[in-house]
Design a protein around this ligand. Structure first.
Ligand code: S3P
Length: 436
């Protein structure tokens, strides 16, 4: 479904204050939806992501024979008990790379009755994103995936799979998870090795659904033939959605923002370290573990003297991949700027995020230098309000709404509706915590 194009006017703020409980983490919601769709029994999820992306995962498992009952953020999924049915229509992944890649892994070993190929389609942005990264290892396992010039639409002919030992060429939790989902249905033990440890929600979700997953420092292994059993879970609040508010609060001396029940999985929480390094005061309390996922309360206060500056490269860039646009967008307001390298993956996200961040910062009057794999955003700059083109990318729309809070004059965010891909409540919650 195509959302109606909307614009949002963001006026400068005086302060950020309040307390928020955020909708469920997008990465975890996808994995629970997909595994719940294949599992035996009825999975009951509370605080499921309200974004359009995770709705694509739910809709896909529904087409594949799972029964889905949804009331706002509460979702019940009665799974297909290990065997998906032949789909009567293409599986529409919308804007969601996570759905397309992880579902491909889940389908690679599925042979429905009657044997029918699965077709995965996406919107124009998703249809430009690289899919060879899943085709190649899944083909090694025995599945046949036909791409369209390296992209979606994808046709998958499921087959009996053989386990592989695979080292991912680019750091990608989506690829790792796709291979673990395929490995669950393969003959033998599948091992995925990665040079940089990416988010581990796939591993934790598989364990929650009853599969045994073994890990070393740089590898994860799963034996095929393990059944999945339904779970009951509350999805932790999404830290990548909180990132916009955390960065906003870090900009205003006197700010005070509290998040309850926020997902704090260590493979996702690097932003808190970066904000601390920038001088923000971050407090974490009430830590607990739910289905192996760390959850807690986070409080942020800005440093009275302003944010310092930092350089992000190597493994940090992979760990912060979804937070880099907003970090770059607040870079001009730091003293020493934000330098980002080794983040070429940003160019193949929902948009070319390096190019769009640079173009939109320049539209606001900032000086910025673009590199193949990152950006240099000097500090100590004053930005003015401007018209921002979100380029259909949710994280660009939200990142520049935060930059707008410290600009002089109003900023118009074009394509503001794209925030609903991950975070439909974003603008309402931003209004709620912004003092003007
Ligand atoms: C995700 C992994 C990341 C991230 C995306 C969600 C996941 O993508 O950018 O928003 O849930 O595994 P890659 O794995 O392609 O880096």
């Amino acid at each position: 479904m195509q959302a109606v194009a909307t614009e949002r006017r963001i006026s400068p703020a005086r302060n950020i204050e309040g307390s928020l409980r955020l909708p469920g983490d997008k990465s975890i919601s996808h994995r629970y939806a997909l595994l719940g769709g294949l599992a035996e029994g009825t999975t009951r999820l509370a605080n499921f992501s309200t974004g359009a992306d995770c709705a694509s995962s739910l809709a896909s498992v529904e087409v594949l024979g799972a029964k889905v009952v949804r009331e706002n953020a509460s979702v019940e999924i009665t799974g297909a008990a290990g065997r998906f049915r032949a789909p009567a229509q293409p599986l529409d992944c919308g804007n969601s790379g996570s759905t397309m890649r992880m579902l491909s892994g889940l389908l690679a070993g599925q042979i429905p009755d009657p044997p029918t190929p699965f077709t995965l389609i996406g919107d124009p942005s998703l249809s430009r994103r690289p899919m060879e990264r899943i085709r190649e290892p899944l083909a090694q396992m025995g599945a046949q995936l036909n791409l369209t010039d390296g992209h979606a639409p994808i046709t998958i002919h499921g087959a009996p799979l053989t386990a592989i030992d695979y080292t991912t060429p680019v750091p990608s939790a989506q690829v790792k998870t796709a291979l673990l989902f395929a490995g669950l249905q393969a003959h033998g033990i599948t091992t995925v090795r990665e040079a940089v440890r990416t988010r581990d929600h796939g591993e934790l979700a598989l364990r929650a659904f009853g599969a045994r997953v073994d890990r070393t420092k740089d590898s994860v292994s799963i034996a095929g033939g393990q059944p999945l059993h339904a779970i009951e879970a509350t999805v932790p609040g999404d830290l990548s959605s909180a990132a916009f508010f955390l960065c906003a609060a870090a900009l205003f001396p006197g700010s005070n923002l509290i998040f309850d029940d926020l997902g704090l999985n260590p493979t996702r929480a690097t932003l808190l370290d970066v904000l601390t390094a920038l001088g923000a005061h971050i407090g974490v309390l009430n830590l607990e573990t739910k289905n192996d996922e760390l959850v807690g309360t986070v409080q942020v206060n800005a440093p009275p003297a302003g944010l310092t500056g930092t350089a992000i490269s190597g493994a940090l860039s992979a760990q912060l991949i979804d937070e880099l646009p907003v970090l770059a967008a607040i870079g001009p307001y730091t003293h020493n700027g934000i330098r980002i390298r080794d983040a070429q993956e940003l160019r193949v996200k929902e948009s070319d995020r390096i190019a769009l961040v640079a173009a939109n910062l320049r539209a606001m009057g900032a000086e910025v230098e673009e590199f193949d794999d990152g950006l240099d955003v000097p500090g100590g700059q004053t930005l003015h309000g401007a018209t921002i083109d979100a380029g259909g990318d949710h994280r660009i729309a939200m990142a520049f709404s935060i930059a707008a809070l410290r600009a002089t004059g109003d900023t118009l965010i074009r394509g503001a509706e794209s925030a609903a891909i991950s975070f439909p409540e974003f603008f309402d919650l931003l209004d709620r915590v912004t003092e003007r």
